[in-house]
Design a protein around this ligand. Sequence first.
Ligand code: CP
Ligand code: NVA
Length: 297
Amino acid sequence: MTTDIVDVDDLTAPEVADVLDLAADLKSAQQAGNGRRPLADQTLAMIFEKPSTRTRVSFETGMTQLGGHAIFLGPDDIHLGHGEPIKDTARAVARYADFIMARVFDHSDVVELAEYATVPVINGLTDDAHPCQTLADLLTIRERFDGFDVDVAWVGDGNNVCQSFVVGSAMTDIDLTVATPDGYGIDDHVHERAADLGNAPAETTDPDAAIAEADIVYTDVWVSMGQEDKREQKLADFEGFQLTADRVGDRPVMHCLPAHRGEEITDEVLESDNAVVWDQAENRLHAQKGLLAWLAE
Ligand code: CP
Ligand code: NVA
């Protein structure tokens, strides 16, 4: 039986801590010039239905640094999406590769991939979840605040990145408030999972009320990949939710990137010293190395 990371709560809270500890160890070893290679001769197959900069480059680089190899499989590189079912792709690729990472639109597709693959499947983003981003975010917060005793305000869409962060926050006891326009909150089942983990987020439609109590402010795009046809409606509905310098003050600001400057965040905030977005981006590499090495143990 393999462990699949379809969302953060496929790990237990102690396992999240173990992955982050391993990530931190691998990060310091790499930075000291003593990189370790526990995945020698192992291969990660990376299936991408959507574009990616950070996820693709950090997973591929991570496999290289761990002594293994990664194969990029874009939308036109394999038969998936061109007639071959997910379950056949899963079983065939698992006969070659030691891990599969997949970025797909429909969350149920990564669930099906995990059901049929006999090697660990890692969700590299679906319309509903982005657990690898959350692991990097938790590493970033832990480094900056020496733990998780922080108040975070999520301001924007209750989207894939938000939903995994809600679950990850519940597992680490981060005090999270999610501020979204009416109708754009997190799914009920995500709230329930966080509640079952003992720490459901507060939810509001008032961004300033959420920010007032916060040590950190986190946002993401209002128009996610695949929502381009809803763009005009969403830009109108999210009016008043932009992170501006006045609004965030001296609080650190997180963003998973890519950002749409002038929509959810101003150029000024993103280019300011408050932005911790490059640490977050770098920590995608370290967190995923920790996850891969942990899965291989
Ligand atoms: N944050 C993130 O997943 O970025 P990419 O879409 O560039 O992979
Ligand atoms: N919510 C964004 C995240 C991109 C990393 C999207 O799904 O497009």
